[in-house]
Write a protein that binds this ligand. Structure first.
Ligand code: 5CA
Ligand code: ZN
Length: 411
């Protein structure tokens, strides 16, 4: 699938410390330590509606990882999927009287426009579920052969993954059984499906039903389950043991637990991802942003209303990526003030020396993406520059380059 337009990243003189990130599985901040090619898989959208600020916050988080890695001289192999076949698409398409493929295409196009406007560096591989069905079929076949999967034989021969296939199952979320059962039911699982060996065994392949799209497979026509999609796409592009598996914290369980478990049932003894990194959830005015509450703030709507994408970035970066946080008018107003401050200061003919500020910006980002401190370092320089001036004629340009390359802010 076509990714979106690339955004040129300027080079900033010097280098920063190596990136350290919080790993959900190990419950600690530790070095990421990639090789010359850093590898990252981030869970993409389910394209039944427009991109909201929660999605944007998650992709922005991993955009910073990408930028910090590029700044450190790594080649970055970034993969993102699109869940372009799933129940929410069928439901929305039926409601609106359009074809689910048409709905998906429309929303993916809008997503590309939003990501381009936000200057999110595009993934190298942008892969739809539909275009990776063959990869899923191959993986399900291997799981069946390995005894990690079984067929529930009643009216429909759906295929399930055995949670007891791996001894280490559960290490990623670290949740206890009761929490798993609750979240499994809340987040797309089917604990009550008769014939399952364990209520939290996850669907790998849904046998064809009348009125649902399906693809041929040696074990019977059907369509992919959700977690196997990401396992297959990641394994075939960045391979087991890649550096970062990313997404919002709503994916910690079941999604990332099972994509890891599916892959690890075949590659025993090797972690699917070396780091599991999760962004906090964005809400609006005290409430979690969700379609059921109808309180979604869409990136495209903000853009149409004339909001500068730089202000959207700065508003989201004002909080720490792991913190659940609210989007409010005040957050946006504050971001607009900050962007204006930075624009005025970097337009000056000279200012205070900026090397120290750039070093601090890099240090804070390397420290588990501490954007509140990173932004404060730039604010500090900008205020000094505007209030007291300075003799360094290269400084305003250097700051502009650094915030462009590292934070994606460009006037
Ligand atoms: N297609 C699947 C992943 S394979 C999916 O979760 N799609 S999604 O459209 O629901 O979400 C896309 C991404 O945005 C996921 O990484 C999800 O964790 C993240 N996300 C969703 N809602 C929020 C939110 N309110 N705040 C932050 N991130 C969010
Ligand atoms: Zn995913």
């Amino acid at each position: 699938m076509q990714s979106w337009s690339d955004t040129a990243l300027p080079t900033v003189p010097g280098t920063g410390p190596p990136l350290r990130l919080y790993d959900t599985a190990d419950r600690q901040v530790r070095p990421v330590a990639p090789g010359p090619t850093a590898t990252m898989y981030v869970c993409g959208i389910t394209p039944y509606d427009a991109t909201h600020l929660g999605h944007a916050a998650t992709y922005l988080t991993f955009d910073l990882v990408n930028r910090v890695w590029r700044d450190a001289g790594h080649d970055v192999h970034y993969v993102q999927n699109v869940t372009d076949v799933d129940d929410p698409l069928f439901e929305r398409a039926a409601r609106d009287g359009i074809d689910w493929r048409e709905l998906g295409t429309r929303e993916i196009n809008l997503f590309r426009e939003d990501m381009t406007a936000l200057r999110i560096v595009p993934p190298r591989d942008y892969i739809g579920a539909v275009e990776s069905v063959d990869e899923v079929v191959e993986l399900v076949e291997k799981l069946l052969v390995a005894g990690a999967a079984y067929v529930v034989d009643d009216e429909y021969s759906d295929i399930y993954f055995r949670v007891d296939a791996n001894e280490q199952f559960g290490y990623e979320s670290g949740y206890d059984r009761a929490t798993m059962e609750r979240l499994f039911a809340e987040r797309g699982g089917d604990p009550d499906r008769p014939g399952k060996r364990d209520t939290i065994d996850a669907l790998l392949w849904r046998a064809a039903r009348p009125g649902e799209p399906s693809w041929p497979a040696p074990f019977g026509a059907g369509r992919p389950g959700w977690h196997i999609e990401c396992a297959a796409i990641a394994l075939n592009r960045v391979g087991a043991g890649f550096d970062i598996q990313g997404g919002g914290s709503d994916l910690i369980y079941p999604h990332h637990e099972y994509s890891a478990a599916h892959a690890e049932a075949l590659e025993t003894g090797r972690r699917f991802a070396r780091h599991y990194v999760h962004a906090g959830l964005i809400g609006l005015d005290g409430e979690k942003m969700s379609k059921s509450k109808g309180n979604l703030v869409f990136v495209s709507k903000l853009r149409r209303a004339g909001t500068d994408p730089n202000a959207i970035r700065l508003g989201l970066l004002a909080g720490h990526y792991r913190q659940d946080r609210m989007w409010t008018d005040e957050v946006l107003a504050e971001a607009e003030r900050r962007f204006d401050l930075w624009c005025r200061a970097t337009a000056l003919p000279s200012g205070p020396a900026a090397d120290d500020t750039v070093a601090r910006l890099r240090q804070h980002l390397a420290d588990d993406l501490d954007t509140p401190k990173a932004l404060a370092a730039v604010d500090n320089w900008a205020e000094q520059a505007l209030h007291y001036g300075g003799p360094d004629t290269a400084a305003p340009r250097l700051i502009a380059t650094a915030v462009d390359a590292l934070l994606g802010i460009r006037r």
